[in-house]
Design a protein around this ligand. Structure first.
Ligand code: PA5
Length: 434
């Protein structure tokens, strides 16, 4: 189980505060599990975890094997909830440099359609030169502009390179089972398709083929991910403050009510960066509405202690931190002794890098607690595919409960739709003139 330690928030909130929230947390959890709240048509993610591969998961694994066999590169096209989850899992488990020295058998994975940057597109075109590649187009609506533009361009590249029959075999679509332009196009062109269930919203879709197909192509054991999510579904159903999900959801709401409007999610693992981006979308889109919401920000430690540390320690007292820790890896690095000791580091000779990291963590915790910054500590244990599945479910469940405590619908995103509509109007898309 993931451990949530709230001993460093007591200066800001009290035990009676926490206990007085118990009924609200209980009610929020009930609202979610019984499907009686706002957005209850989007609760399909609660039941996605599985112990045994479903038929869809079997097909995902077969498609992944085919891509691993015939492609040097897989390009994953998507944005927002149709992009951040797979990237989070792949980078957390394989590192942000996971593409180096890869090719057929264990393909490189690039992401496209998540911006409108011409520079990024030019770079991708170069990266694909002389490489065999396949694409996975992910879009629930099938009409989002950024991935649609990238998908069209990549489809044309494939057709020019391989001819239409071979191109068709190299295109996979992950979309709604019946609706949208992508579903229609896939049917017409004969692409292999996978389903995003209609009752699962984008930011809760990582345990569907949205996340599972790219993860499987990266060589991640997706049944381990699903089993980790299932572990979480079972253990975090507990209705008491012994449930770390309850503690996290309750404490962040109490801190918000006491004026802490920013949550800074921090990890001491640089490869957690994309997971942080997934978490930002999950909480930002789920809670930021009706004039409410905790601003979800991310920082990397110790890196950002040398940039944001000053502000955290002594800036406006409007933030709290959530620090993510993993058990250090088995392979250690031990600091060596140097006979000249010009850098003065011999006092650390014989100590491991993990030991130094641990002292940095404890030192930061103490300094920030002294500076009046509440810190929620999340100890995740070993980092492996099972843990990643558990983490996804842990945060999704925490988010659903937390948003209901806040009094908002966790499953809509009316603000995102507004930007899309304005952009389409400016671009002159037929039907969006007003
Ligand atoms: O969470 C969401 O709903 C959004 O971030 C969407 O995932 C994002 O806008 C992409 O939408 P679509 O999958 O329809 O292309």
């Amino acid at each position: 189980m993931i451990q949530v330690d709230i001993s460093n928030v007591w200066g800001q909130i009290s035990l009676p505060d926490l206990l007085s929230l118990e009924k609200e947390v209980f009610d929020a959890h009930m609202t979610l599990s019984e499907g009686t709240g706002a957005g209850s048509g989007y609760l399909g993610w609660l039941d996605l975890p599985a112990r045994e591969p479903t038929e869809e998961i079997q097909r995902v694994r077969q498609a992944a094997e085919q891509i691993r066999f015939d492609s040097d590169v897989l390009v994953v096209v998507g944005i927002g909830g149709s992009y951040l989850g797979p990237r989070a899992a792949i980078e957390l488990l394989q590192g942000s440099h996971h593409n180096i020295q890869k090719g057929k058998g264990d393909p490189q994975i690039f992401f496209a359609g998540n911006s409108l940057s011409t520079r990024q597109w030019n770079e991708l075109q170069k990266l694909l030169e002389g490489k065999d590649f396949s694409i996975v187009i992910i879009s629930k609506s099938g009409t989002t502009t950024e991935p649609a533009i990238a998908a069209r361009a990549l489809r044309w590249m494939l057709e020019r390179r391989y001819g239409s029959d071979e191109a068709r075999r190299r295109i996979y679509a992950v979309t709604d089972p019946t609706d949208g332009a992508l579903r229609q196009m896939a049917a017409e062109e004969g692409w292999e398709t996978f389903v995003i269930p209609p009752n699962v919203g984008g930011r809760y879709s990582v345990l569907t083929p949205v996340g599972l197909l790219p993860m499987a192509v990266a060589g991640i054991d997706i049944m381990e991910v699903m089993n980790g999510a299932m572990d979480a579904k079972e253990s975090y159903d507990l209705r008491s403050f012994e449930n770390p999900v309850w503690l996290y959801a309750a404490v962040r709401n109490l801190l918000y009510r006491s004026g802490k409007a920013i949550e800074l999610l921090e990890s001491f693992e640089p490869d957690f960066r994309s997971f942080g981006a997934w978490w930002q979308q999950l909480f930002g889109e789920s809670e930021g509405k009706d004039g409410k919401g905790i601003f979800p920000a991310c920082a990397e430690l110790t890196t950002d202690l040398h940039s944001l540390g000053q502000l955290i320690q002594q800036g406006q007292r409007n933030l709290f931190e959530t620090m993510i820790r993993f058990t250090p890896p088995a392979q250690k690095y031990t600091i060596v002794s140097d006979y000249k000791d010009l850098d003065g580091l011999n006092y650390l000779a014989g100590k491991t890098l993990d030991f130094v990291d641990e002292q940095a963590y404890l030192g930061t915790l103490a300094a920030h607690a002294d500076g009046g910054v509440p810190v929620i500590c999340v100890d995740c244990g070993e980092l492996n595919p099972r843990k990643v599945g558990e983490l996804f479910y842990f945060f999704q469940l925490s988010c659903g409960i937390s948003a209901y405590i806040l009094g908002v619908n966790p499953f809509n995103q009316p603000g995102v739709e507004l930007y899309k509509r304005n952009m389409l109007c400016l671009l002159g898309k037929p039907g969006y003139e007003q």
